[in-house]
Design a protein around this ligand. Structure first.
Ligand code: HEC
Ligand code: HEC
Ligand code: HEC
Ligand code: HEC
Length: 235
Protein backbone atom coordinates (compact mmCIF):
# COMPACT_ATOMS: atom_id res chain seq x y z
CA UNK A 1 0.00 0.00 0.00
CA UNK A 2 2.50 2.71 0.99
CA UNK A 3 4.20 2.31 -2.40
CA UNK A 4 1.14 3.67 -4.26
CA UNK A 5 0.59 6.69 -2.01
CA UNK A 6 3.56 8.72 -3.24
CA UNK A 7 2.30 8.19 -6.81
CA UNK A 8 -1.13 9.60 -5.94
CA UNK A 9 0.48 12.47 -4.04
CA UNK A 10 2.54 13.40 -7.08
CA UNK A 11 -0.50 13.35 -9.39
CA UNK A 12 -2.39 15.62 -6.99
CA UNK A 13 0.52 18.03 -6.83
CA UNK A 14 0.68 18.29 -10.63
CA UNK A 15 -3.07 18.93 -10.84
CA UNK A 16 -2.89 21.59 -8.11
CA UNK A 17 0.04 23.33 -9.78
CA UNK A 18 -1.94 23.64 -13.02
CA UNK A 19 -5.20 24.85 -11.44
CA UNK A 20 -5.90 28.48 -12.47
CA UNK A 21 -6.33 29.57 -8.86
CA UNK A 22 -2.83 28.33 -8.05
CA UNK A 23 -1.17 30.53 -10.63
CA UNK A 24 -0.96 33.70 -8.54
CA UNK A 25 1.09 31.88 -5.93
CA UNK A 26 3.74 31.09 -8.55
CA UNK A 27 3.95 34.65 -9.79
CA UNK A 28 6.95 36.77 -8.89
CA UNK A 29 6.18 39.85 -6.75
CA UNK A 30 5.01 43.16 -8.22
CA UNK A 31 7.61 45.92 -8.18
CA UNK A 32 5.88 49.19 -9.14
CA UNK A 33 6.16 51.24 -12.30
CA UNK A 34 9.30 53.14 -11.29
CA UNK A 35 11.24 49.96 -11.97
CA UNK A 36 10.05 50.04 -15.60
CA UNK A 37 9.98 53.73 -16.35
CA UNK A 38 13.62 54.31 -15.44
CA UNK A 39 14.34 52.65 -18.81
CA UNK A 40 11.09 52.94 -20.81
CA UNK A 41 10.52 56.71 -20.65
CA UNK A 42 8.69 57.02 -23.97
CA UNK A 43 6.02 54.48 -23.06
CA UNK A 44 5.76 56.09 -19.62
CA UNK A 45 5.07 59.57 -21.00
CA UNK A 46 2.43 58.20 -23.33
CA UNK A 47 0.85 55.99 -20.63
CA UNK A 48 0.50 58.99 -18.28
CA UNK A 49 -1.89 60.56 -20.78
CA UNK A 50 -4.15 57.48 -20.97
CA UNK A 51 -7.27 56.56 -19.00
CA UNK A 52 -5.26 53.78 -17.34
CA UNK A 53 -2.75 56.39 -16.16
CA UNK A 54 -5.53 58.32 -14.40
CA UNK A 55 -7.74 55.47 -13.18
CA UNK A 56 -7.43 56.33 -9.46
CA UNK A 57 -8.68 59.87 -10.04
CA UNK A 58 -12.02 58.43 -11.17
CA UNK A 59 -12.59 57.13 -7.62
CA UNK A 60 -12.34 60.62 -6.08
CA UNK A 61 -15.48 62.54 -5.04
CA UNK A 62 -16.93 64.77 -7.76
CA UNK A 63 -15.09 62.95 -10.60
CA UNK A 64 -17.16 61.43 -13.42
CA UNK A 65 -20.36 62.28 -11.54
CA UNK A 66 -22.75 61.46 -14.40
CA UNK A 67 -21.21 58.05 -15.04
CA UNK A 68 -21.33 57.24 -11.31
CA UNK A 69 -24.96 58.28 -10.98
CA UNK A 70 -25.90 56.14 -13.98
CA UNK A 71 -24.22 53.11 -12.36
CA UNK A 72 -26.05 53.68 -9.05
CA UNK A 73 -23.00 55.11 -7.21
CA UNK A 74 -22.87 58.26 -5.06
CA UNK A 75 -20.84 60.91 -6.93
CA UNK A 76 -19.99 62.71 -3.67
CA UNK A 77 -18.52 59.65 -1.97
CA UNK A 78 -14.75 59.14 -1.75
CA UNK A 79 -14.08 55.67 -3.18
CA UNK A 80 -10.27 55.95 -3.23
CA UNK A 81 -9.88 53.66 -0.19
CA UNK A 82 -12.85 51.41 -0.87
CA UNK A 83 -11.96 47.70 -1.14
CA UNK A 84 -14.78 47.21 -3.63
CA UNK A 85 -13.13 49.66 -6.02
CA UNK A 86 -9.34 49.94 -5.74
CA UNK A 87 -8.58 46.42 -7.03
CA UNK A 88 -9.12 47.41 -10.67
CA UNK A 89 -7.94 51.02 -10.40
CA UNK A 90 -4.49 50.12 -9.03
CA UNK A 91 -1.75 47.57 -9.79
CA UNK A 92 -1.34 44.09 -8.35
CA UNK A 93 -3.97 44.55 -5.63
CA UNK A 94 -4.19 41.40 -3.49
CA UNK A 95 -0.92 40.01 -4.88
CA UNK A 96 2.58 40.01 -3.37
CA UNK A 97 4.22 43.42 -3.77
CA UNK A 98 0.97 44.89 -5.17
CA UNK A 99 -1.11 47.87 -4.07
CA UNK A 100 -2.07 47.98 -0.40
CA UNK A 101 -4.80 50.39 0.84
CA UNK A 102 -3.12 50.73 4.26
CA UNK A 103 0.31 51.45 2.78
CA UNK A 104 -0.36 53.09 -0.58
CA UNK A 105 2.72 53.16 -2.83
CA UNK A 106 2.44 55.88 -5.45
CA UNK A 107 4.15 53.69 -8.04
CA UNK A 108 1.32 51.14 -7.77
CA UNK A 109 -1.53 53.66 -8.03
CA UNK A 110 -3.47 53.47 -11.34
CA UNK A 111 -3.40 50.69 -13.94
CA UNK A 112 0.35 50.69 -14.52
CA UNK A 113 2.85 48.68 -16.57
CA UNK A 114 2.70 45.43 -14.62
CA UNK A 115 -1.14 45.26 -14.77
CA UNK A 116 -0.72 44.30 -18.43
CA UNK A 117 2.90 43.14 -18.78
CA UNK A 118 2.86 40.97 -15.65
CA UNK A 119 4.59 41.31 -12.25
CA UNK A 120 8.08 42.48 -13.17
CA UNK A 121 10.52 41.85 -10.31
CA UNK A 122 12.24 39.01 -12.19
CA UNK A 123 11.91 39.76 -15.90
CA UNK A 124 13.03 43.38 -15.54
CA UNK A 125 16.45 42.11 -14.44
CA UNK A 126 16.62 40.09 -17.66
CA UNK A 127 15.77 43.20 -19.71
CA UNK A 128 18.80 44.86 -18.17
CA UNK A 129 21.11 41.87 -18.55
CA UNK A 130 20.20 40.95 -22.12
CA UNK A 131 19.80 44.60 -23.15
CA UNK A 132 23.43 45.19 -22.16
CA UNK A 133 24.52 42.03 -23.94
CA UNK A 134 22.67 43.08 -27.12
CA UNK A 135 24.31 46.51 -27.00
CA UNK A 136 27.79 45.01 -26.69
CA UNK A 137 27.57 42.06 -29.06
CA UNK A 138 24.31 42.41 -31.05
CA UNK A 139 23.31 38.97 -29.79
CA UNK A 140 19.51 38.64 -29.33
CA UNK A 141 17.77 36.56 -26.62
CA UNK A 142 14.68 34.35 -27.05
CA UNK A 143 11.51 35.90 -25.53
CA UNK A 144 10.82 32.50 -23.96
CA UNK A 145 13.17 33.39 -21.06
CA UNK A 146 11.04 36.47 -20.30
CA UNK A 147 7.79 34.47 -20.33
CA UNK A 148 9.43 31.99 -17.98
CA UNK A 149 10.17 34.88 -15.58
CA UNK A 150 6.52 36.02 -15.55
CA UNK A 151 6.27 38.45 -18.47
CA UNK A 152 2.84 38.44 -20.16
CA UNK A 153 2.58 38.04 -23.94
CA UNK A 154 -1.10 37.11 -24.35
CA UNK A 155 -2.67 40.08 -22.47
CA UNK A 156 -6.36 39.10 -22.95
CA UNK A 157 -6.80 37.39 -19.57
CA UNK A 158 -5.20 40.37 -17.81
CA UNK A 159 -7.64 42.78 -19.47
CA UNK A 160 -10.54 40.43 -18.74
CA UNK A 161 -9.73 40.34 -15.03
CA UNK A 162 -10.80 44.00 -14.82
CA UNK A 163 -12.99 44.59 -17.88
CA UNK A 164 -14.98 41.34 -17.93
CA UNK A 165 -15.40 41.05 -14.17
CA UNK A 166 -19.07 41.93 -13.73
CA UNK A 167 -22.19 40.19 -12.50
CA UNK A 168 -23.56 37.90 -15.23
CA UNK A 169 -20.35 38.15 -17.31
CA UNK A 170 -19.65 35.37 -19.84
CA UNK A 171 -16.03 35.40 -18.59
CA UNK A 172 -15.54 32.27 -16.44
CA UNK A 173 -13.17 34.00 -13.99
CA UNK A 174 -15.74 36.56 -12.82
CA UNK A 175 -15.86 36.99 -9.01
CA UNK A 176 -16.69 39.78 -6.56
CA UNK A 177 -15.92 42.62 -6.24
CA UNK A 178 -17.42 43.35 -9.66
CA UNK A 179 -17.12 46.49 -11.77
CA UNK A 180 -20.24 48.65 -11.52
CA UNK A 181 -19.78 49.66 -15.20
CA UNK A 182 -21.40 46.81 -17.08
CA UNK A 183 -22.86 46.56 -20.59
CA UNK A 184 -26.26 46.51 -18.82
CA UNK A 185 -25.59 50.03 -17.46
CA UNK A 186 -24.46 51.24 -20.91
CA UNK A 187 -23.56 49.14 -23.98
CA UNK A 188 -20.37 51.25 -24.34
CA UNK A 189 -18.91 49.31 -21.39
CA UNK A 190 -18.91 46.04 -23.39
CA UNK A 191 -15.28 44.91 -23.79
CA UNK A 192 -13.97 43.98 -27.23
CA UNK A 193 -10.33 42.95 -26.81
CA UNK A 194 -9.25 43.50 -30.44
CA UNK A 195 -10.88 46.93 -30.61
CA UNK A 196 -9.86 48.05 -27.11
CA UNK A 197 -6.20 47.21 -27.77
CA UNK A 198 -6.22 49.81 -30.53
CA UNK A 199 -7.89 52.55 -28.44
CA UNK A 200 -5.37 55.41 -28.26
CA UNK A 201 -7.22 57.02 -25.37
CA UNK A 202 -6.57 53.99 -23.17
CA UNK A 203 -3.38 52.35 -24.49
CA UNK A 204 0.14 53.84 -24.63
CA UNK A 205 1.65 54.58 -28.04
CA UNK A 206 4.11 52.05 -29.48
CA UNK A 207 7.79 52.73 -30.03
CA UNK A 208 10.29 50.92 -32.24
CA UNK A 209 12.14 48.02 -30.67
CA UNK A 210 15.79 47.26 -31.58
CA UNK A 211 15.28 43.49 -31.59
CA UNK A 212 16.94 42.56 -28.29
CA UNK A 213 14.30 39.84 -27.83
CA UNK A 214 13.17 37.51 -30.61
CA UNK A 215 10.91 34.55 -31.31
CA UNK A 216 7.85 33.19 -29.51
CA UNK A 217 5.79 33.88 -27.52
CA UNK A 218 4.83 36.94 -29.53
CA UNK A 219 1.32 38.38 -29.72
CA UNK A 220 -0.51 38.28 -33.09
CA UNK A 221 -0.70 42.10 -33.12
CA UNK A 222 3.02 42.68 -32.38
CA UNK A 223 4.12 43.15 -36.02
CA UNK A 224 1.16 45.44 -36.72
CA UNK A 225 2.06 47.68 -33.75
CA UNK A 226 5.76 47.69 -34.63
CA UNK A 227 5.03 48.52 -38.29
CA UNK A 228 3.61 51.91 -37.25
CA UNK A 229 5.73 52.39 -34.09
CA UNK A 230 7.47 55.74 -33.46
CA UNK A 231 11.16 56.28 -32.76
CA UNK A 232 11.87 56.63 -29.01
CA UNK A 233 11.48 60.19 -27.62
CA UNK A 234 14.58 62.22 -26.82
CA UNK A 235 15.38 60.99 -23.28
C1 HEC B 1 17.42 48.34 -17.14
C2 HEC B 1 16.48 48.80 -18.14
C3 HEC B 1 15.11 48.13 -18.20
C4 HEC B 1 14.17 47.99 -17.20
C5 HEC B 1 14.32 48.38 -15.74
C6 HEC B 1 13.00 47.39 -17.82
N1 HEC B 1 13.24 47.18 -19.15
FE1 HEC B 1 11.89 46.50 -20.52
N2 HEC B 1 13.38 46.40 -21.90
C7 HEC B 1 14.66 46.90 -21.76
C8 HEC B 1 15.41 46.70 -22.99
C9 HEC B 1 16.86 47.12 -23.25
C10 HEC B 1 14.52 46.05 -23.90
C11 HEC B 1 14.79 45.68 -25.34
C12 HEC B 1 14.39 46.89 -26.17
C13 HEC B 1 14.62 46.74 -27.67
O1 HEC B 1 14.85 45.64 -28.18
O2 HEC B 1 14.54 47.79 -28.31
C14 HEC B 1 13.25 45.89 -23.18
C15 HEC B 1 12.10 45.35 -23.75
C16 HEC B 1 10.83 45.42 -23.18
C17 HEC B 1 9.61 45.01 -23.83
C18 HEC B 1 9.49 44.43 -25.23
C19 HEC B 1 9.80 42.94 -25.19
C20 HEC B 1 9.63 42.30 -26.56
O3 HEC B 1 8.59 41.66 -26.76
O4 HEC B 1 10.51 42.43 -27.40
C21 HEC B 1 8.58 45.24 -22.94
C22 HEC B 1 7.11 44.95 -23.15
C23 HEC B 1 9.18 45.78 -21.73
N3 HEC B 1 10.54 45.89 -21.92
C24 HEC B 1 8.48 46.12 -20.58
C25 HEC B 1 9.10 46.37 -19.35
C26 HEC B 1 8.38 46.47 -18.09
C27 HEC B 1 6.89 46.32 -17.94
C28 HEC B 1 9.31 46.73 -17.12
C29 HEC B 1 9.11 46.87 -15.64
C30 HEC B 1 8.55 45.72 -14.94
C31 HEC B 1 10.61 46.81 -17.79
N4 HEC B 1 10.43 46.58 -19.11
C32 HEC B 1 11.82 47.13 -17.15
C33 HEC B 1 15.16 47.53 -20.64
C34 HEC B 1 14.52 47.60 -19.41
C1 HEC C 1 -6.09 46.41 -13.35
C2 HEC C 1 -7.30 46.54 -14.13
C3 HEC C 1 -7.23 46.77 -15.62
C4 HEC C 1 -6.52 46.05 -16.55
C5 HEC C 1 -5.56 44.89 -16.33
C6 HEC C 1 -6.85 46.63 -17.83
N1 HEC C 1 -7.71 47.67 -17.69
FE1 HEC C 1 -8.49 48.85 -19.16
N2 HEC C 1 -9.35 50.05 -17.77
C7 HEC C 1 -9.35 49.82 -16.41
C8 HEC C 1 -10.00 50.94 -15.73
C9 HEC C 1 -10.20 51.08 -14.24
C10 HEC C 1 -10.38 51.84 -16.75
C11 HEC C 1 -11.09 53.17 -16.55
C12 HEC C 1 -10.05 54.26 -16.41
C13 HEC C 1 -10.71 55.53 -15.92
O1 HEC C 1 -10.83 55.67 -14.71
O2 HEC C 1 -11.11 56.34 -16.75
C14 HEC C 1 -9.97 51.24 -18.03
C15 HEC C 1 -10.21 51.80 -19.28
C16 HEC C 1 -9.96 51.18 -20.48
C17 HEC C 1 -10.39 51.64 -21.78
C18 HEC C 1 -11.14 52.92 -22.01
C19 HEC C 1 -12.59 52.69 -22.06
C20 HEC C 1 -13.24 53.91 -22.65
O3 HEC C 1 -13.76 53.80 -23.75
O4 HEC C 1 -13.18 54.96 -22.00
C21 HEC C 1 -9.97 50.72 -22.71
C22 HEC C 1 -10.18 50.77 -24.22
C23 HEC C 1 -9.23 49.70 -22.00
N3 HEC C 1 -9.25 50.00 -20.65
C24 HEC C 1 -8.62 48.60 -22.60
C25 HEC C 1 -7.83 47.66 -21.91
C26 HEC C 1 -7.07 46.59 -22.54
C27 HEC C 1 -7.06 46.30 -24.04
C28 HEC C 1 -6.43 45.93 -21.54
C29 HEC C 1 -5.49 44.74 -21.64
C30 HEC C 1 -4.40 44.86 -22.62
C31 HEC C 1 -6.79 46.57 -20.29
N4 HEC C 1 -7.64 47.61 -20.55
C32 HEC C 1 -6.34 46.16 -19.04
C33 HEC C 1 -8.82 48.73 -15.76
C34 HEC C 1 -7.98 47.79 -16.35
C1 HEC D 1 -13.60 44.38 -11.47
C2 HEC D 1 -12.90 45.62 -11.74
C3 HEC D 1 -13.48 46.93 -11.26
C4 HEC D 1 -13.97 47.24 -10.03
C5 HEC D 1 -14.08 46.35 -8.81
C6 HEC D 1 -14.36 48.64 -10.11
N1 HEC D 1 -14.06 49.15 -11.33
FE1 HEC D 1 -14.33 51.07 -11.94
N2 HEC D 1 -13.84 50.53 -13.85
C7 HEC D 1 -13.39 49.29 -14.23
C8 HEC D 1 -13.21 49.26 -15.66
C9 HEC D 1 -12.72 48.08 -16.48
C10 HEC D 1 -13.58 50.53 -16.15
C11 HEC D 1 -13.60 51.00 -17.60
C12 HEC D 1 -14.96 50.72 -18.19
C13 HEC D 1 -15.08 51.18 -19.61
O1 HEC D 1 -14.94 52.40 -19.84
O2 HEC D 1 -15.32 50.35 -20.50
C14 HEC D 1 -13.97 51.30 -14.96
C15 HEC D 1 -14.38 52.63 -15.02
C16 HEC D 1 -14.74 53.37 -13.92
C17 HEC D 1 -15.18 54.76 -13.97
C18 HEC D 1 -15.26 55.62 -15.23
C19 HEC D 1 -16.58 55.36 -15.96
C20 HEC D 1 -16.74 56.25 -17.15
O3 HEC D 1 -17.75 56.09 -17.89
O4 HEC D 1 -15.88 57.10 -17.41
C21 HEC D 1 -15.47 55.13 -12.69
C22 HEC D 1 -15.98 56.49 -12.22
C23 HEC D 1 -15.24 53.98 -11.84
N3 HEC D 1 -14.80 52.93 -12.62
C24 HEC D 1 -15.47 53.94 -10.49
C25 HEC D 1 -15.50 52.76 -9.73
C26 HEC D 1 -16.00 52.70 -8.37
C27 HEC D 1 -16.51 53.89 -7.56
C28 HEC D 1 -15.87 51.41 -7.96
C29 HEC D 1 -16.27 50.78 -6.64
C30 HEC D 1 -17.64 51.00 -6.21
C31 HEC D 1 -15.28 50.67 -9.08
N4 HEC D 1 -15.08 51.54 -10.12
C32 HEC D 1 -14.95 49.32 -9.05
C33 HEC D 1 -13.12 48.22 -13.40
C34 HEC D 1 -13.54 48.14 -12.08
C1 HEC E 1 -3.39 48.48 -20.60
C2 HEC E 1 -2.26 47.59 -20.88
C3 HEC E 1 -0.85 48.14 -20.88
C4 HEC E 1 -0.28 48.95 -19.95
C5 HEC E 1 -0.91 49.56 -18.72
C6 HEC E 1 1.09 49.15 -20.36
N1 HEC E 1 1.34 48.45 -21.51
FE1 HEC E 1 3.10 48.37 -22.52
N2 HEC E 1 2.22 47.33 -24.03
C7 HEC E 1 0.93 46.85 -24.01
C8 HEC E 1 0.67 46.14 -25.25
C9 HEC E 1 -0.64 45.47 -25.63
C10 HEC E 1 1.87 46.20 -26.00
C11 HEC E 1 2.15 45.60 -27.39
C12 HEC E 1 2.94 44.32 -27.24
C13 HEC E 1 3.56 43.87 -28.52
O1 HEC E 1 3.46 44.56 -29.54
O2 HEC E 1 4.21 42.80 -28.48
C14 HEC E 1 2.83 46.94 -25.19
C15 HEC E 1 4.14 47.18 -25.58
C16 HEC E 1 5.12 47.71 -24.75
C17 HEC E 1 6.54 47.79 -25.08
C18 HEC E 1 7.17 47.31 -26.37
C19 HEC E 1 7.40 48.47 -27.36
C20 HEC E 1 6.15 49.23 -27.71
O3 HEC E 1 6.13 50.44 -27.42
O4 HEC E 1 5.18 48.62 -28.23
C21 HEC E 1 7.17 48.37 -24.00
C22 HEC E 1 8.65 48.65 -23.84
C23 HEC E 1 6.14 48.64 -23.00
N3 HEC E 1 4.90 48.24 -23.50
C24 HEC E 1 6.37 49.22 -21.77
C25 HEC E 1 5.36 49.65 -20.90
C26 HEC E 1 5.58 50.45 -19.72
C27 HEC E 1 6.94 50.94 -19.25
C28 HEC E 1 4.37 50.67 -19.15
C29 HEC E 1 4.04 51.49 -17.90
C30 HEC E 1 4.44 52.89 -17.91
C31 HEC E 1 3.37 49.97 -19.96
N4 HEC E 1 4.01 49.39 -21.01
C32 HEC E 1 2.01 49.92 -19.68
C33 HEC E 1 0.01 47.02 -22.98
C34 HEC E 1 0.18 47.82 -21.87
Amino acid sequence: MPATIPGIGLTLLVVLALAPGARAADEPPYDGRKKCTSCHKSQYRSWQETGHGRAMQSLAPGEKADAKRKAGLDPDEDYTQNIDCVGCHTTGYGHEGGYDIDDPDKYLVNVTCESCHGPGSEYRLLHRKYGERFEKSGEPTPRAVLAEAGQEFEFAERCNACHMNYEGSPWPGAAEPYTPFTPGVDPKYAFDFEKSLRDDGAMHAHFKLDGTFTGPPVPSFHDEFQSTARPLDEQ
